[in-house]
Design a protein around this ligand. Structure first.
Ligand code: CP
Length: 323
């Protein structure tokens, strides 16, 4: 593996999940694999879980880790070609990425979207340029349109906690006061749509009118506009806010009650409730659920380590083979 950007970078979905769960049983079984290899984690935006879980995963594999908070400690980056850099940007991505590739065997990059320019965000210009210029394998730590380490984690968590062969999984839109990216729901949908095709889950999405995700992320996916309809018989409810894709980056007025609480949870098959975190209590998800027995959010965050570790392990195996 040379890049981890989307579900398409995984050959065998079910086998990858099982390999990740095996790492959970024996976290330091491959301590020699990353010896004398360096992982660089580059953040253009804040992070708690991605930063710590990926560091932990790398340490479990014997790697050295360097973290670069470009947003706080780096030079202001220019990503456009053919411009005279006489404004606020100080360093071009061509040099910055290439230099980081000199220090690291593997890099990870977090780069959120602007939510102002749909075309620019969905072209993944920054991630793609960084991948092109850094010259080493690159792992997405969440890009403009996807968060694949989170989605792999989510599939691992569903597999670990499912009580029937093909559980019903609902992605449920939730309210928020800020315009949030579509990266987590896009990615979750992309991974669940494939898991559905492979018979691992029965996936559907519930969101208010106007919150349709880009069609490329929801192939053959059932989409409903009433939360209660989707919750019937659900085994897992994945709660997440996102801003509108159609009216790009906007928060639209919505009809109905979209806050999942204990009362609504009674409609489900005693569903486990997931959220990628951070979560705003009683705005996105009720405290009674977060503090109750159906919440899986902490176990889910814990599983971020095994998702990162299986991805880094595959990359290290490729590097050691000289592939
Ligand atoms: N879920 C997630 O990616 O968390 P952080 O933004 O804290 O890394």
């Amino acid at each position: 593996m040379k890049k981890f950007f989307s579900v398409n970078d995984i050959d065998q979905l079910e086998a990858t999940v099982q390999d990740a769960l095996a790492l959970k049983q024996s976290p330091v079984a491959h301590q020699d694999l990353g010896k004398n290899r360096t992982l660089g984690l580059v953040f253009l935006n804040p992070s708690l879980r991605t930063r710590m879980s990926t560091q932990k995963a790398a340490m479990n594999l014997g790697m050295n880790v360097m973290v670069m908070n470009m947003d706080k400690d780096g030079w202001a980056l220019e990503t456009r070609d053919g411009v005279v850099m006489d404004g606020t940007t100080v360093e071009h991505i061509r040099e910055a990425a290439a230099v980081m590739g000199q220090y690291c065997d593997v890099l990870g990059l977090r780069c959120f979207p602007s939510l102002k320019d749909k075309e620019a965000d969905y072209s993944e210009d920054l991630f793609n340029k960084f991948a092109e210029f850094c010259g080493v394998p690159l792992v997405s730590l969440e890009s403009a349109t996807r968060h694949p380490l989170q989605s792999l984690t989510d599939l691992i968590t569903i597999t670990e906690h499912k009580t029937r062969k093909r559980p019903k999984v609902v992605l449920a839109w939730a309210p928020h006061v800020k315009a949030l990216p579509q990266a987590v729901p896009n990615s979750f949908s992309e991974w669940m749509a494939r898991a559905d095709r492979e018979g691992l889950v029965d996936f559907c999405i519930a969101h208010p009118e106007g919150y349709e995700l880009a069609e490329e992320f929801t192939p053959n996916t059932t989409i409903v506009h009433h939360l209660d309809d989707a919750l019937q018989d659900a085994d897992f409810v994945y709660v997440k806010n996102w801003s509108s894709y159609k009216q790009y980056g906007e928060i639209l007025p919505v009809e109905g009650d979209w806050l999942l609480n204990e009362h609504k949870l009674k409609l489900t098959n005693q569903a486990k409730v997931m959220h990628c975190l951070p979560v705003r209590r009683d705005l996105e998800l009720s405290s009674d659920i977060l503090d109750g027995p159906n919440a899986l959010v902490i176990q889910e965050a814990g599983n971020r380590v095994w998702a990162a570790q299986i991805v880094l392990k595959r990359i290290l195996e490729s590097l050691n083979k000289g592939a």
